[in-house]
Every structure is written in C-alpha cells, then in structure tokens.
Write a protein that binds this ligand. Structure first.
Ligand code: SAM
Length: 437
C-alpha cells in the first residue's frame, strides 16, 4: 500500500506506472541536449526545472575475464502499485537479453514494468534519510519504489534521452527528492557527487534495455520489428549498421561468438560479409533474413537471430565495459553499510557481477596461492550467496522476467580498490572494429 502521508502529487505519480502520454506532453516542454539533469531543487517548486551539466564518463577501461552461477526464487507477486492502471496500455517487463519481442509488434512501444522490484527495495534496505543511485532509470520503476519511503532521495541516471524526458513528471512530483541525469552509469559516482552526494546508501542497476527501447521499431533493437539497424541506447557512437558495414569477418565472428554465445558465429559472419558486398545491411529485417538463411528457424528453439542481435547490442553500447566500470564506481561512492543491488539478464553480465563481488567479498589474510601477497580487506559483504530469482508467478505473468538474477552486497568500511576493475572478455575495441582492420 502507498503511504497516505505522501503528498497527493507524488502518490499519483507513484501509482502512475503507465504515465507515458502525460510524460510525452511534458517532454514537449523539455529541451534535452547533451548531459543534463532534471530536478526540482529544494522540494519547494512544483514544476520540473532543467539544469545543464557537463558530466563526462571518467572511469578507465579494464581488460580480461571469468565463471557462472545458479540461483533461488524469492519475489512476491508484483504489488498493485506497479500494475498498469491506464486503459489502452499493454504491459511488458525488463529484459536485458532478448532482442526479439513479440509483445507490441501490432502497434507501438509497450510500457516497461520493473522486474524483481520488491526484492530490490528489500535488499537495498531503503531508509528515510538515505540517498540512492538508480543507474538505469528506464520508466522509473525502481526510482518510484525507492521514493515510496518518505524522505528517501534518488539520483537517477539513464543514457537514453527519451527515458530522461519521460521521467519529467516523476521528477516534478517528487518534491525535490528525485534528480534525473542523461548520463552513463559508468560515471555514477561523479554524477552523484555533482548532484551533491559524495557518498550514498544504495546503488541499483537493472541491466539491459527497456521495453520501450525494445518495442520501438525505429530504435532497431528487435528483429521482430523492421527498422533501421541502430541499437544505440544513447544518441552517441556508431550504430549496429555501421559495425556490420565495417567490421572484418574475423571481428564479426568474435563479437557474435563472445557476446552472443552463438555457436554458428563464423557462418553468420561469413554470410554478413558476403551480403554487404552487394547491398548495405541497413535494417533489422535485412540482418535477420541474412541470419535465417544460414541458421534455419526451428519450432521450440529461440529465433536464430536472437544471439547475433544481443551480441551487436552489447558491443555497440559497450555494455560489459559500462557494467565493470559501474561496479567500481559503486565501490567508490557507497558509504559503509550502503548496499549494491544488480539485476542481470544473461550469463555474461551475471558473471561480471558475481566475480566482482566474489573478489571484493573475499576475507583478508594471506592467499594460499600467493603467500607472499597480503589480501586487501574485503570491500563488500555478499548478501546473496546465490542470486535471487523472480517468483514463478512473476515469471509466468511476464516471460521477460524469467532470466533475471539479482545479486546484492553491503559495503564495508575498507577503502575502495582503484584501478582493480572486473575482468572482461577480450574483444577488439569498437574504434578498431570500425576501421575494418
Ligand atoms: C531494463 S531498463 C531499466 C528499467 C527500470 N528499472 C524501470 O523499472 O523502469 C534499463 C535502462 O537502463 C539504461 N541503460 C543501460 N545501460 C546504461 C548505461 N550504461 N548508462 C545509463 N543508462 C543505461 C537503458 O537506456 C534503459 O533505459
């Protein structure tokens, strides 16, 4: 139940999971250019105010990689607060994994419904005097849930300009408790510091793409909707079409094999290179057709284009590097006792989170393998020995929730370990791939 003590405006916004039409109207009033924050300062104004900022991703790139998990189910059915209320809207949920979505093929983007939201709020242990970074604002499901605790503040981030614009209503209704930035979560510590919070009580990441991104044909994420082969979450950087046009056959195969875990990566890469010699591969449909000529669709098996689309999306958005940098940033900004919660949707992401937390949670002392090296003190205490999974009810109501895994940990008072970022799969950098090598 939503607390009656909340101001009506905030109660309305919290209950308004399907607020897109109003938010679109609000977005018409907003100019969103470059990195900027949407906030209502001091809680004294009722309208949204925009503040331009010059936030730059400041972290450095890690390199290298490893392992994989199992988990147990632990989420109560979604509370009423998070069900869609407005008529005419169709619901969909988080997905970080599948590029194909059938949910809205008949007509426009669906609204995003958060996955594992109650478990996330529980593991964060949201407090009235706490400040929380929501690194993946999306449709604001997690931010809304955190703001349900009166007094709690949220610094929210999304690299997608349209997500930030659509969040304006919630910002306006938050009484100054929500600040929203168009930024990358790799610099979440800088963003929070510039919002006035050099340390915070919680950081949450809900990885992957939102339903709105996946189900908007023009964004080019889905092989089920024909659109330009784009796949960029933010407005910057090269598109998937540019990567597909320029990458060598060897690089394409490495990307598809590593980031899509696709066993037919080599024949798919060969077929892409052959096809682009006669015409540019500019649309999602064109790429899906090329793939299905090599790997035939079979009933009961995921669509043959799924893994290649996932791989290109992860590569174009540098998603694994973003994640590794965000984990280190969370380590730097979390106060002792602060909590980190990460919801991932495929094994590549989950491996990075798991190996980071295992490494940071290892108790100090002398390593059996390197007796000459003193282990640094653990910076995190792991709260989820095995990842939390959605309940059967949530997975049944929302097939997209099925692959979700939540891992959480509590920050200790040991100093952060600068320059010691999680290892990543070895792949050529985006800039080199574009040169065709
Ligand atoms: C799965 S959705 C989050 C949904 C959100 N929890 C909700 O309840 O509405 C992921 C969002 O994170 C954003 N995102 C993904 N990677 C990002 C990054 N590196 N920096 C900032 N935002 C990112 C995407 O643009 C997308 O809007």
């Amino acid at each position: 139940m939503m607390p009656r003590s909340l101001p009506k405006k905030l109660r309305d916004a919290l209950g308004q999971q399907g607020a897109l039409p109003r938010a679109h109207a609000a977005a018409g009033l907003l100019e969103v250019r470059g990195a900027r924050a949407v906030t209502v300062p001091g809680g004294t104004r009722s309208g949204a105010a925009l503040h331009s900022t010059d936030l730059e991703a400041g972290a450095t790139r890690p390199a290298g990689w490893r392992a994989g998990p199992e988990g147990h189910r632990a989420e109560a059915p979604l509370p009423v607060l998070f069900r869609l209320r407005e008529s005419g809207g169709r619901s969909a949920r988080s997905t970080g994994a599948l590029a194909g979505s059938g949910a809205s093929a008949a007509g426009g983007p669906v609204r995003h419904v958060p996955v594992l939201v109650r478990s996330v709020v529980d593991v964060l242990g949201v407090r009235a005097d706490g400040v929380y970074v929501d690194g993946t604002f999306g449709a604001g499901g997690y931010s809304r849930a955190i703001l349900e605790t009166p007094g709690a503040r949220v610094v929210a981030i999304d690299r997608d300009r349209s997500a930030v614009a659509l969040g304006a209503d919630l910002v306006a209704a938050s009484g100054g408790r929500l600040t929203l930035f168009e930024e990358r979560f790799s610099s979440l510590d800088d963003v929070a510091a510039r919002a006035g919070f050099p340390s915070v009580q919680g950081v949450v990441l809900d990885l992957g793409v939102s339903s709105m991104q996946l189900d908007t044909a023009e964004r080019g994420f889905s092989f089920r909707l024909d659109g330009p082969l784009d796949m960029r979450m933010g407005g910057d950087g090269p598109s998937a079409a540019e990567v597909v046009a320029a990458a060598s056959e060897r690089d394409l195969a490495a990307i598809i094999s590593t980031l899509g875990e696709e066993r037919f990566a080599r024949p798919i890469a060969r077929s892409i290179v052959r096809a682009r010699a006669s015409a540019p591969i500019a649309t999602t449909q064109a790429l899906a057709d090329i793939i299905t000529r090599v790997v035939h669709p079979r009933p009961g098996v995921i669509h043959p284009a799924t893994r290649t689309f996932q791989a290109l999306r992860i590569f174009v958005n540098e998603e694994l590097w973003e994640l590794a940098a965000a984990l280190s940033a969370a380590e730097r900004i979390l106060a002792p006792g602060g909590r980190l919660a990460v919801v991932s949707f495929h094994s590549l992401e989950d491996r990075i989170v798991k190996s980071f937390l295992t490494d940071r949670g290892r108790t100090s002392g002398v390593s059996r393998h390197r007796p000459d090296v003193e282990q640094p003190a653990p910076t995190f205490r792991i709260l989820t020995k095995r990842p939390l999974l959605p309940s059967d009810a949530e997975s049944e109501a929302n097939p997209r929730a099925r692959s979700a895994k939540l891992r959480a940990a509590e920050r200790t008072d040991a100093p952060a370990r600068p320059g010691d970022a999680p290892a990543l799969p070895r792949l050529p950098p985006l800039a080199d791939v574009l040169k065709g090598r």
